[in-house]
Design a protein around this ligand. Structure first.
Ligand code: COA
Ligand code: AMP
Length: 632
């Protein structure tokens, strides 16, 4: 049997041959003559002269080869009390019909389409229908507010929005239509078409001439065939948080994405075609794109589309029910989900109610997997618990434990080793590699492998500045950490203003922009403090305008409401307090890291460059006024 080391070294010795071999798993319309295209370096492209179609590879070819009756998508929705199954043949019909209706409505290859949908099968159908006709989808997570949708409308300038009337959260129906109407009102770019899936929980009102009901829109439409696209044509744009309120539009190209994802299903996740794979995430995040929709379908697996929460829908046994009922072989979720389950069912009583004998592996990613959670999950489930590390930008794991190649020894706190394609280096401030075990910025030597972003949508300069400028010849991941002598990587912290709340990536800079817009706020800082359940939580410190004598808690409440209104409930911004001054260096840089340490109750060193040390006492007092550091 070939070892991880042999495979990784094989890639390193001849990346071109490695990826051309992996590309044989794709059905091409025209085969690429080469893997890497460096003609526009440092914006590298992969399989650019290949011609292909992602939808064909994810759907049609399985029907043609005898998987027509196999379930492709199982929608399991404890929150609505419903379940349904779509076979590959049914999925093909639905996707082709929607694609046909979109073509009839004038949507063509290269046009952008926003998908604003909760976890319903139509979300996957919408994505695949775009892929079928070469339209570029951009899925927007349902927990974002109208303003976030408006920003994406202006950046992606879509011809249409494919949406559902509502999402369902525990105890409330989230009406999407008012958010869509408000976003279109606010945006400069106005899409001419909104196609609305009416869910039984909420009937959205339609705007005459612009909006169409899902079924009526497709009535009489001819099914569309798969449109040939170039390997480097974008399949989708997915916006993710950066340092400011303006999200980054990560571009995912068609061919490299297929090649990389197919490689991971067997080699990293260890699943074979026909088996059931479940990524308990949301189609609005990269995990949902890669591992709810594309990867499992590209490899002929059955994918679970789960609409619910790990706890409360109806209880902490939901995950185990889904695994046993649908014979799930591998589950992929965020550590937060397991922390939530563990909190409600510490002794695993729910686990023992279900037959989990077919379940093989649990994969965790999206945020740091704390050892206690991994150990608990291992003890309860009796299967390997595998941490792996990646980002929206890469679309698949940078580091992981390649279960289909060999189960490497687990070192708690490490997402294991670099996947083929990634030459991970830990660099010091000057861009020089540091010794094993030393902390530094985590970078990946260029070129990034297939599937990773070639650039940002309409923003080449920002791409270079955000990722490539700091360390010439490397991609800067934005994470800091170290690598040990065995090549195991450890992800310790972000180096930028990104925080990770319940596995959701958020920008503190974006929240600061919203808070700064409050008429009484003169200056502010948002920091990510530690939280037992969600990993991190945002906390806002507000300095008010001179002469403002309104009650502080009233202003703090307004600020909380403002972030919910402008960014969305998913920001989970609930903590804010007023302070007289913010601690700064003499050059005026806010000392966010020191404030995080105070809020977390950790010892901190007085920063040598601090302007006025007394401010830290004021911060300590203000934080204690809102209950921080929290008692263990
Ligand atoms: N549409 C609208 N609102 C949404 C939403 C969506 N799709 N997803 C979340 N929200 C809302 C929630 O209702 C909540 O609102 P509230 O402030 O009114 O309570 C808020 O956004 C924060 O959501 P969340 O951070 O998810 O917290 P929660 O308390 O609802 O649930 C967990 C906690 C741990 C159960 C939940 O975070 C979870 O399942 N996490 C798994 C993480 C995950 O799947 N990450 C994806 C990356 S792999
Ligand atoms: P996202 O783009 O939303 O997938 O978020 C990516 C970021 O989440 C990474 O840059 C890390 O900061 C963090 N992250 C993802 N996976 C892990 C992991 N396994 N361990 C630690 N941090 C992680």
């Amino acid at each position: 049997m070939t070892s991880y080391k042999e495979i990784y070294e094989g890639w390193r010795a001849d990346p071109e041959a490695f990826w051309m071999r992996a590309a044989e798993a794709v059905d091409w319309i025209e085969k690429p003559t080469r893997a890497l295209d460096d003609s526009a370096a440092p914006m590298y492209r992969w399989f650019s002269d290949g011609v292909c179609n992602t939808c064909y590879n994810a759907v049609d070819r399985h029907v043609e080869r005898g998987r027509g009756d196999q379930p492709a998508l199982i929608h399991d929705s404890p929150i609505t009390g419903s379940k349904s199954v779509l076979t590959y043949a049914e999925l093909k019909d639905k996707v082709a019909r929607l694609a046909g209706a979109m073509t009839r409505a004038g949507i063509e290859k290269g046009d952008r389409v926003i998908v604003y949908m909760p976890m319903v099968p139509e979300a996957a159908i919408a994505m695949l229908a775009c892929a079928r006709i070469g339209a570029i989808h951009s899925v927007v997570f349902g927990g974002f507010a109208a303003n976030e949708l408006a920003v994406r409308l202006d950046d992606a300038t879509p011809k249409a929005i494919l949406a559902a009337s509502c999402g369902i959260e525990p105890g409330r129906v989230v009406k999407y239509k008012p958010l869509i109407d408000a976003a279109i009102e606010q945006a400069s770019h106005k899409p001419g078409l909104v196609v609305m899936l009416q869910r039984p929980q909420e009937e959205a009102s339609l705007v005459e001439g612009r909006d169409a009901e899902w079924e009526a829109f497709q009535e009489g439409a001819e099914p569309a065939d798969c449109v040939p696209v170039r390997g480097d044509d974008p399949l989708y744009i997915l916006y993710t948080s950066g340092t400011t309120g303006q999200p980054k539009g990560v571009i995912r190209p068609n061919a490299g994405h297929m090649v990389a994802l197919i490689w991971t299903m067997k080699n990293l996740y260890g699943v074979d075609p026909g088996e059931v794979f479940w990524a308990a995430s949301d189609v609005g995040w990269v995990v949902g794109h890669s591992y709810i929709v594309y990867a499992p379908l590209l490899t002929g697996n059955t994918s679970i589309l789960f609409e619910g929460k790990p706890v409360g829908t109806p209880d902490a046994g939901t995950f185990w029910r889904v695994i046993s009922e649908h014979d799930v072989k591998a589950l992929f979720t965020a550590p937060t989900a397991f922390r939530a389950i563990k909190r409600e069912d510490p002794n695993g009583e729910f686990v023992r109610k279900y037959d989990l004998s077919g379940f093989r592996t649990l994969f965790l990613a999206g945020e740091r997997a704390d050892p206690a959670t991994i150990e608990w999950a291992e003890a309860q489930l009796g299967v390997p618990v595998i941490d792996h590390w990646w980002q929206t930008e890469t679309g698949w794991a940078i580091a992981g434990n390649p279960m289909g190649i060999e189960h490497m020894p687990v070192k708690l706190g490490s997402p294991t080793v670099a996947m083929p394609g990634y030459d991970i280096q830990i660099l010091d401030d000057g861009g020089n590699p540091v010794a094993a075990g030393e902390l530094g910025a985590i970078a990946v030597k260029l070129p990034l492998p297939p599937g990773c972003l070639p650039t940002l949508w309409n923003a080449d300069e920002r791409f270079l500045k955000s990722y490539l400028d700091t360390f010439p010849g490397y991609y800067e991941t934005g994470d800091a950490g170290m690598m040990d002598e065995d090549g195991y990587v450890y992800i310790m912290a972000r180096t930028d203003d990104v925080i990770n709340v319940a596995g959701h990536r958020l920008s503190t800079g974006g929240m600061e922009e919203v808070l700064a817009g409050h008429p009484d706020v003169a200056e502010c800082a948002v920091i990510g403090i530690s939280d037992d359940l969600k990993g991190q939580l945002p906390l806002g410190l507000l300095c008010l305008n001179a002469g403002c004598n309104r009650p502080h808690d009233e202003i703090a409440k307004e600020c909380v409401a403002r972030v919910r209104q402008e960014i969305g409930p998913v920001a989970a911004f609930k903590l804010a307090c007023v302070v007289d001054r913010l601690p700064k260096t003499r050059s005026g840089k806010i000392l966010r890291g020191t404030m995080v340490k105070i809020a977390d109750g950790e010892a901190y060193k007085m920063p040598a460059t601090i302007d006025d040390p007394a401010i830290l006492d004021e911060i300590t007092q203000a934080l204690s006024g809102i209950g921080y550091p929290a008692k263990a």
